[in-house]
Design a protein around this ligand. Structure first.
Ligand code: ZN
Length: 263
């Protein structure tokens, strides 16, 4: 029914007049699928969704627009294309959705390789607000991880880590309990080495895994705990500490940064 690389003409019959559309056939096909009781279209990129959203507004198909917005905010698209989601949601002045996308975009290199979809429709003020937000988030993390006092006073002062083991002797007594402390120097040096790599200093799972590996190496658990099971438990404790204390604290700091959108 619909064909063509760019604009589409639909011919209803020999005597009918061709109706020109400015949208790509792919966009119109997706829009029609959302209007009629047939299988929903397969829209796998933010750019495809944006094209259908624009057509939905033009032809006033509200439920198709909502369908695309929900798909845009799904983890499959949002995690992968946060810059695109940010610009598209700003185009429709959706502040809450734009803030979610902006936060996720911190984990990506900036600027992105390709211009985001919808970039032509956002204002200079919006773009400037985003740049300020990104810098402020970077500053928040950098201020913390580059300060020895941060590791000494804020994080590591909490407590020493404790492990209990049911494998090593004396097993009959219900296991042993081991205590070990984390050294602020270790964290400070490891953080300086690790956090300077990401463009925005925002920690993600990969960075936290690297941090855990470095700390485990520095701790020399083999010397402290001859028992394999004890070392395994100690590693688990360090990983948990990094996720629940360090990562959580840095994420809290980022969450407090306000993205001041002009709409
Ligand atoms: Zn043990």
């Amino acid at each position: 029914m619909l064909s063509g690389e760019g604009s589409v003409s639909e011919v209803m019959g020999d005597s009918e007049e061709a109706i020109p559309f400015t949208e790509h056939s792919r966009t119109l096909d997706a829009l029609f699928r959302l209007c009629y009781p047939i299988a929903d279209p397969s829209l796998t990129t933010a750019s495809d969704l944006f094209n259908v959203m624009e057509a939905s507004r033009k032809y006033m198909v509200d439920h198709a627009w909502k369908f695309c917005l929900d798909a845009l905010m799904s983890p499959a698209i949002l995690d992968k294309e946060p810059f695109n989601v940010f610009t598209i949601t700003c185009r429709y002045e959706l502040a809450k959705e734009a803030r979610s996308a902006a936060k996720l975009s911190l984990r990506k290199d900036f600027p992105p390789l390709e211009d985001p979809a919808g970039l032509d429709w956002i204002s200079g003020r919006t773009l400037f607000a985003y740049l300020k937000y990104r810098q402020a988030c970077t500053d928040e993390v950098q201020y913390r991880v580059c300060n020895w006092e941060y590791w000494a006073n804020t994080v590591l002062a909490q407590k020493s880590l404790t492990i209990s083991c049911g494998t090593c002797e004396p097993l009959a007594m219900g296991g042993t309990t081991g205590e070990f402390k984390l050294d602020p120097d270790m964290y400070y040096k490891a953080a300086l080495a690790i956090f300077e790599r990401p463009s925005c200093w925002i920690p993600d799972d990969k960075i936290m895994r690297t941090l855990t590996e470095l700390i485990i190496t520095e701790l020399d658990l083999l010397k402290q705990f001859p028992c394999f099971s004890c070392r395994e438990r100690a590693t688990h404790e360090v990983r948990q500490f990094n996720a629940e204390v360090v990562l959580s604290d840095l994420e809290d700091a980022i969450s407090r940064v306000d993205l001041k959108l002009p709409f």
